[in-house]
Design a protein. Structure first.
Length: 712
């Protein structure tokens, strides 16, 4: 209890009265320790913003605290106005939001040299030259004391200050420069994540100047789209001209999946060295090229009209048009291509007579369809037809009692080509969706991911705090309010069901429906990209790989917010599970493919293990040990890239063998051990066709079963 005693001679002691005394609370930056009646100012490295606090709060990660209530964000960090960052109630720790690009967030800068300060002196000494890190009129802060810089010596080691240094004498003290908390001139918004008008972000998040006009910006976006189309056309070409056991596209798919798994490691909350982070950035560019090459920031930002649609959802709509384009673009292309081919064929004169193909037609009745197809492909050039496939189709469809006319051949030829082009349209759509699926999934999942940026005391109820959550991808979009739920319910969730869930579900349904027709040429041309390279009993394995991609995206987006250790362990166990699954099944048709997939998963597992070591703070002081793990990561992944590149180069060389043989470029193929095998197969096929032609009858020595590819 507290007693107040005073004497007043003019007041009778017989009169009683009450005196209300209100004790002032502690000032901002002070606390009232339990058991004391004196407020104490928080020391350097701590702060307090609460009037009734009994102890000071440790300085948040990413902030500079100079005692009392003075708290500011360091360079590379950001906080909501009026908040001390993101605080956890369970352990009373806080941290500030770490900016994706350090230069985007300006704030308190810690100088890289040590200082000597003497009490009462009008200058401080630097142990090394401050160079351009400090300028006149900067506010230099040494152990919480603010000093205005009035001059710097020529050698940069003596700094004159306004007034005198009043703190304790220090030797080897760190110093900071008090810069304003703000975004760099090219950045804006919460977390300094957005680019200002006229600037767009590149694949590393840095804001670069946009082209000066709308046409050029649109042209750059079109170039990005053409990059995707080029990759797709290469895959379509190999698929169209592939046989069931052709594996070129399988090498590409395995490698792209590997790139995507490795690229996601950069978002797992692991403190990777800069060299590995740079490598992940390039892997992200390759593995998720659709998300990086097609930058719509300049179009959405610089040239957007005034609208109530948040910028994030405007970009979201643009990205969700990609799957639609994956259907429309191949459809338009193959329709025009078929129309062009049909008109050209209708105006050609094939000059066919009964005598031209009577011998082949009679032979057809005596041999099976497969042998006849081989016969016509080898000898049909004598008829000078655009495609011998037309003869095969005509003989299958027409009445064998009459010899087909030239117009019949044209009609069946156009009909067959129309079916082929429809198959190629389906193949092209599947390949484009395969390329974009991981990008689409990652962007949709990010629309559900919110990040805590801070909390403040509610004005209407000081006993309650209000926490602020914002979309991780766009920190200016507030989560869990009416606008957020409206956009999520009407746009994001339907896209999640349609694309993230719908594409694998549709693929599984299609594969289940044709599991007994995998050798059918029509089925192979349409869906072969999904099951080619896998054994028949593992026709569905591409869906397993898509599931693996979705799980990785979910870990990188959701689990990464919990902590680096949990994220790394989750990724490690998930990858290990799929590695065991791969080894148990061996789903590919060759051991080389199985080994390549196994090696890819092993490299990811090993990288996770190295990442766990980088999470250990004690490792920071052992530069040689960190270097060892960096070398291990690069060696393992370099081994995979070399192995995959070698196998792919050998396979491409085998496919292009006839062309390379004519040019005399066979030295590389000799190393691959492929020349004799290919030449022997060619000679055997030519001899078999000549024998069929001479005999005009059946030859039951069939080639290896499986659908054969055909050109457009």
């Amino acid at each position: 209890s507290t007693s107040i005693v005073f004497d007043a001679g003019g007041i009778s002691q017989e009169n009683h009265g009450k005196v209300a005394v209100t004790a002032a609370g502690c000032e901002p930056g002070q606390v009232l320790p339990e058991g004391t009646a004196v407020c104490v100012t928080c020391p350097y490295g701590e702060y307090s913003w609460e009037n009734d606090a009994t102890e000071c709060t440790s300085c948040p990660d990413g902030a500079a605290c100079w005692g009392g209530d003075r708290l500011k964000a360091k360079k590379g960090y950001w906080r909501l106005n009026g908040t001390s960052g993101r605080c956890d109630s369970w352990d009373s720790t806080c941290d500030l939001y770490e900016c994706h690009v350090e230069e985007a967030c300006e704030g308190v800068k810690t100088l890289g040299m040590r200082f000597q300060a003497t009490k009462g002196a009008t200058f401080v000494k630097a142990k090394s030259s401050v160079g351009d890190e400090l300028e006149v009129n900067d506010i230099l802060i040494i152990y919480g004391e603010r000093l205005l810089v009035t001059g710097i010596s020529n050698d940069g080691k003596t700094i004159d200050v306004n007034g005198t240094y009043t703190g304790a004498s220090l030797s080897g003290a760190t110093a900071q420069v008090d810069y304003e908390e703000q975004c760099h001139k090219y950045y804006e918004g919460n977390g300094c994540r957005k680019c200002i008008m006229g600037y767009g972000s590149n694949f590393s998040g840095e804001c670069k100047k946009c082209p000066g006009d709308l046409g050029l910006a649109t042209f750059i976006v079109i170039l990005g789209i053409l990059g995707l189309v080029t990759v797709a056309l290469i895959l379509v070409y190999f698929q169209v001209h592939a046989t069931r056991d052709s594996v070129i596209t399988i090498y590409v798919k395995i490698t792209v999946s590997y790139f995507q798994m490795m690229a996601l490691l950069s978002s797992f909350g692991i403190d990777w060295p800069d060299s590995i982070e740079d490598a992940f950035s390039w892997l992200d560019l390759v593995g998720f090229f659709g998300d990086q090459l097609i930058s719509v920031d300049c179009l959405v930002n610089q040239y957007s009209f005034e609208s109530s649609v948040p910028q994030f959802y405007a970009k979201f709509i643009c990205f969700m048009l990609i799957p639609v384009a994956c259907i429309l673009v191949p459809g338009i292309f193959w329709w025009f291509y078929h129309h062009h081919r049909r008109v050209a064929i209708e105006h050609e004169d094939w000059h066919l007579t009964r005598e031209d193909f009577l011998g082949i037609y009679e032979a057809w009745d005596e041999i099976d369809a497969e042998s006849a197809a081989a016969l016509i492909r080898e000898q049909g050039h004598k008829l000078d037809l655009p495609s011998t496939q037309a003869m095969i189709v005509a003989m299958e469809k027409d009445n064998k009692n009459t010899v087909p006319t030239a117009e019949d051949f044209k009609r069946f030829f156009i009909m067959q080509k129309g079916k082929n082009h429809l198959d190629f349209f389906v193949t092209s759509t599947i390949i484009l969706l395969f390329i974009c699926y991981s990008n689409i999934t990652r962007y949709i999942v990010k629309a559900f991911t919110c990040e805590k940026l801070g909390a403040t005391v509610k004005e209407d109820d000081p006993t309650q705090t209000e926490t602020f959550y914002y979309l991780e991808e766009d920190l200016d979009v507030r989560c869990f309010n009416q606008t957020y739920f409206l956009w999520t319910g009407l746009l994001v969730f339907p896209c999640f069901c349609l694309f993230v869930v719908g594409i694998p579900t549709l693929g599984s349904y299609l594969m289940y429906g044709v599991q007994d027709k995998l050798e059918n040429k029509h089925v192979f041309q349409m869906y072969g990209f999904l099951y080619k390279g896998f054994q028949d009993q593992f026709y569905y394995w591409e869906m397993v790989i898509m599931l693996r991609k979705v799980v990785f995206v979910f870990i990188s987006v959701f689990v990464s917010h919990i902590g680096g250790v949990l994220t790394a362990l989750s990724g490690f166990f998930v990858t290990s599970f799929f590695l065991v699954l791969q080894k148990a099944a061996n789903p590919y048709i060759t051991q080389k493919l199985n080994r390549l997939e196994t090696l890819a998963l092993l490299c990811v597992v090993a990288t996770y293990l190295c990442g766990l070591f980088f999470l250990d703070d004690n490792l920071a002081g052992y530069a040689h040990l960190r270097l060892f793990f960096v070398v291990v990561v690069f060696l393992l992944n370099g081994l995979y890239l070399f192995f995959a590149g070698w196998l792919l180069a050998c396979e491409v060389a085998l496919v292009e063998l006839p062309r390379l043989r004519k040019k005399g470029k066979l030295k590389f193929l000799d190393k691959c051990g492929l020349v004799l095998k290919s030449e022997g197969a060619d000679q055997q096929r030519e001899g078999r066709a000549d024998d069929l032609w001479r005999r005009g009858g059946p030859n039951r020595a069939r080639a290896r079963p499986g659908p054969k590819g055909g050109g457009g």
